[in-house]
Design a protein around this ligand. Structure first.
Ligand code: DGY
Length: 319
C-alpha cells in the first residue's frame, strides 16, 4: 500500500519536490483553513499530515483519523496541536525548530527598532504628504543602544534576540524556568531574573515564550503596570501571551511608550482598539517569513513526515 499524505495548505514547490513519487499526496494550493469536518474527511486513510498553524489538531480530529501516524507542523510553535492526545494515540508530532531562529529574531529586532524609532509613522507621514518642512522635533523616538533588553523565554529565539542586543551595547535580563549556562550568560551579557524585576527594569521587553496555560496572559494589566512608562513591548511569540485588551489600555493611557506585535490573540482578528493607535507597530504573523527560511521550514516538515512514514525517528519531534 502506498503511503498517503495530506498537505491541505500551500507549501513551496521547491520543498514538495523532495516527496518521492510513490507517496500519494493530497495537496491544496490554498491559504484557507479547512473546517474540522472537512479536515477529518480529507484525513481518512491518510498516514501523514503536513500542516500550518492555522489548523487545529485536537483529540476529536485525532480520534476520527485512526490511520494517521504523524502530524508534521510547519512551525516551531505547536499550540495548534493537542500533543498529549497525539502521544496517547501513538501519533508522532513534529515541528521546525532551528531553521527559523535567526530569521524570527531578525524580525523581532525589526519590530523593536520600528517601534522605538517610529518607522511606520514616519513612512505614513511622508506618504500622506505631510512633510512640508524639516522639523527639529518631528517624530522623536527612544534610543535602543546602551539600554536594557528584557527577554521573556530564553530559548533559541530569545537568545538570538539577546545576541542582537550585544551589537547595540545592551544589558540583557532574561526570565525563563531554566537557567542558561554561565558561558551563554557571559557571551550575551545576560542575567536571569524574576519576571517582575525584568518588567520593572527593562527598556525593551521581548516575548519569546511558548504558549501554555502558564504563559497565557502573562502580560496583563498587572504586569503591564510594572513596566517603565518609556518601555516598548515586543511580541513575536504567540498572541495569547498578551492580554490584548489590557495592552490597548496600556498603550492608549501611556502606561508604556509603545509596542511591536507580530502575533495576536485571535488571528487574523486584531483587537479593534489597537488599530487607531500610533504607538504600536503591527505585522501579520510574518516573523519567520523570509523566502529561504520558509522553504527550509517546509523542507524540514516534509523530511520529518517522510522519516516517520519510513519507520525512522523524526528529525525534530516535539517532546
Ligand atoms: C512558528 O514557527 O511557530 C511561527 O509562528 C509560524 O511560522
Amino acid at each position: 500500500m502506498p503511503k498517503r499524505v495530506l498537505i491541505p495548505n500551500a507549501l513551496p514547490a521547491e520543498a514538495r519536490r523532495a516527496i518521492p513519487s510513490e507517496i500519494e499526496v493530497d495537496y491544496s494550493e490554498t491559504d484557507q483553513p479547512l473546517t474540522k469536518a472537512e479536515l477529518i474527511r480529507r484525513l481518512q486513510g491518510k498516514d501523514g499530515l503536513i500542516c500550518h498553524i492555522i489548523l487545529t489538531i485536537d483529540d476529536e480530529v485525532l480520534g476520527a483519523c485512526p490511520s494517521l501516524k504523524v502530524v508534521s507542523n510547519v512551525a516551531v510553535g505547536y499550540n495548534n496541536i493537542d500533543v498529549a492526545a497525539a502521544r496517547r494515540r501513538g501519533v508522532v508530532v513534529t515541528n521546525t525548530p532551528d531553521v527559523l531562529t535567526e530569521t524570527t529574531a531578525d524580525f523581532a529586532w525589526a519590530l523593536l527598532m520600528a517601534a522605538a524609532r517610529r518607522v511606520a509613522e514616519a513612512d505614513q507621514y511622508v506618504r500622506s504628504d505631510q512633510w512640508k518642512v524639516w522639523k527639529w522635533d518631528l517624530l522623536w523616538g527612544v534610543d535602543i543602544h546602551g539600554k536594557t533588553l528584557g527577554v521573556v523565554g530564553f530559548g533559541r529565539i530569545g537568545r538570538a534576540v539577546a545576541r542582537r542586543g550585544q551589537g547595540f551595547g545592551m544589558r540583557v535580563l532574561y526570565h525563563d524556568t531554566v537557567r542558561a549556562d554561565a558561558a551563554t550568560e557571559r557571551e550575551l551579557n545576560a542575567s536571569p531574573t524574576d519576571l517582575e524585576t525584568l518588567l520593572r527594569e527593562s527598556d525593551f521587553v521581548s516575548l519569546h515564550t511558548v504558549l501554555s496555560p502558564e504563559t497565557r496572559h502573562l502580560i496583563d494589566e498587572r504586569t503591564l503596570r510594572l513596566m517603565k512608562r518609556t518601555a516598548v513591548l515586543i511580541n513575536a511569540a504567540r498572541g495569547p501571551v498578551v492580554n490584548e485588551a489590557a495592552l490597548v489600555k496600556a498603550l492608549s493611557e501611556r502606561w508604556i511608550a509603545g509596542a511591536g506585535l507580530d502575533v495576536f490573540e485571535e488571528e487574523p482578528r486584531v483587537h479593534p482598539g489597537l488599530l487607531p493607535l500610533r504607538n504600536v507597530t503591527l505585522a501579520p504573523h510574518i516573523a519567520s517569513a523570509s523566502g529561504d527560511t520558509r522553504i527550509a521550514m517546509a523542507t524540514l516538515a516534509i523530511r520529518n513526515c517522510l522519516a516517520v512514514l519510513g519507520g525512522k525517528p523524526a528529525l525534530t519531534p516535539v517532546s
